[in-house]
Ligand binder design. Structure first.
Ligand code: HEM
Length: 407
């Protein structure tokens, strides 16, 4: 008998307002549990989206391209920087993905390790062991710098790319003024790289920009903006969330300190337990009747990845952060061989649009943790740990004050 039928969730039906209040943004688990049990497809009248909360259903929406499409990102990402991989569909998407995905597959990543380590070294050299902000001083800066260096652009470009990236991210919000600023940031980026692209065409370098040019990737400036936006804030938040979890569980922090091989599991468990993106989107291509709810063609789905990763029919004690858990492989069958490395959670999506930067995000998060532990022995929180909070589709903290535990 389900928990709902046993009466544990008899607190009345969920209301759309509850999905938007502060209490939910700080602790979404009870409401998500209630939705999974009682209203697995829930119409949020506030945002006019159908919230999909169960693990198998979220996977279905990611994987069934006959009925569900990612083209709704045209209204957000597309409106800021134009046509891009995430909104392309069918054969066109497959062809373009074949061009870019191989540059980021796990087998390729060893080539980038040194570069990633040098960026981390640079960042850690400027923090004060007696007190620094792991988010503001490290994680928010790392992913953008890595993309800039991977593209082969000079470090002097770091700052302007960071500003463009932040402005483009804000442009994804449904605010016409911010959207316009986001577009302007993308145009400035486009203008900046045009002459560099022209140079690389004549004299290719050993960098990703030259490879993208050689592969004749479509809409190159948009792809660069996609790399920055899809790979920036998400990885930033993965690093912050993983450290929040480890600092909240000192015994598990001790485990990764004495065996850095366990950092990969800490990453996987963080991305299951507290993924950077808790919501993703899909549009319905045909009328769909799902768990008794009629979703009309054109209806928008909000795929609650955060809820799916806590589905008790898939993960045992789902709300517990446990790097030793033995059920992290669930969902692995939905990954292609290139990304099947042990963890099956769906924080990086599933199906045709599965994240091409998955391995890079893992490498950045695990490497920065290893280097922090090598340099400082261990870290401890300064004051109370700030809570993770849902803002838009993200779940994170904007600050994480820490210090060297032996300082
Ligand atoms: C922890 C960090 C990251 C998370 C949580 C994440 C999450 C995701 C998710 C969920 C999707 C699928 C979206 C959907 O189907 O609606 C996706 C796609 C994508 N991600 Fe990531 N991502 C991360 C890091 C990165 C990085 C570092 C890069 C850059 C190399 C990147 C580039 C992309 C691209 C280009 C796509 C589109 C793929 C396609 O449409 O075929 N991501 N990501």
């Amino acid at each position: 008998m389900s928990v709902a039928r046993r009466g544990l969730y008899r607190r009345g039906v969920v209301t759309p307002e509850q999905l938007h209040d502060r209490a939910f943004s700080l602790d979404p688990f009870p409401i998500w549990t209630q939705l999974r049990h009682e209203s697995p497809i829930f119409y949020d009248t506030h945002d006019r989206v159908y919230v999909v909360s169960r693990h198998p259903d979220v996977i279905k929406a990611f994987s069934d391209s006959e009925r569900f499409t990612a083209r709704l990102y045209r209204k957000t990402l597309g409106a800021v920087f134009g046509p891009n991989l995430l909104v392309w569909e069918g054969q066109h998407h497959v062809d373009q993905r074949k061009v870019v995905a191989p540059l980021f597959v796990p087998t390729r990543l060893d080539r980038y390790r040194e570069l990633v380590e040098s960026v981390i070294d640079e960042l850690l050299a400027s923090v004060d062991p007696n007190g620094f902000d792991l988010v503001k001083d490290v994680s928010s800066l790392l992913p953008g710098k890595v993309i800039v260096r991977l593209l082969g652009l000079p470090p002097s470009d770091d700052q302007r790319f960071h500003e463009w990236y932040e402005t483009m991210m804000q442009g994804l919000w449904n605010d016409p003024v911010m959207r316009q600023r986001g577009r302007e940031a993308h145009s400035a980026l486009h203008k900046h790289i045009d002459p560099i692209v022209a140079d690389r065409r004549l004299v290719p370098h050993d960098d990703i920009l030259s490879r993208l040019i050689a592969a004749d990737v479509e809409e190159l400036p948009s792809f660069i903006s996609l790399l920055l936006t899809a790979g920036g804030e998400t990885t930033d938040k993965a690093i912050g969330n993983m450290w929040t979890n480890l600092l909240a569980h000192p015994m598990q922090l001790d485990v990764v300190r004495s065996d850095s091989g366990m950092l990969d599991r800490a990453f996987d468990e963080t991305m299951r337990h507290s993924p950077s993106l808790v919501y993703l989107g899909r549009e319905v291509l045909v009328d769909v009747d799902w768990h008794g709810v009629n979703i009309p063609k054109g209806g928008e789905l909000r795929l609650a990845v955060g809820s799916a990763n806590h589905d008790e029919t898939v993960f045992e004690r789902p709300d517990v952060f446990d790097i030793h858990r033995t059920d992290l492989h669930h969902g692995l069958e939905h990954r292609t061989a290139a990304y099947a490395d042990g963890a099956g959670h769906i924080a990086f999506g599933a199906g045709a649009h599965f994240c091409i930067g998955y391995a890079l995000a893992r490498m950045e998060t695990v490497t920065v943790a290893r280097m922090l532990l090598d340099r400082f022995g261990s870290l401890e929180a300064v004051g109370n740990l700030p809570p993770l909070r849902i803002v838009g589709p993200s779940w994170s903290t904007t600050t994480l004050p820490v210090r060297c535990a032996t300082a």
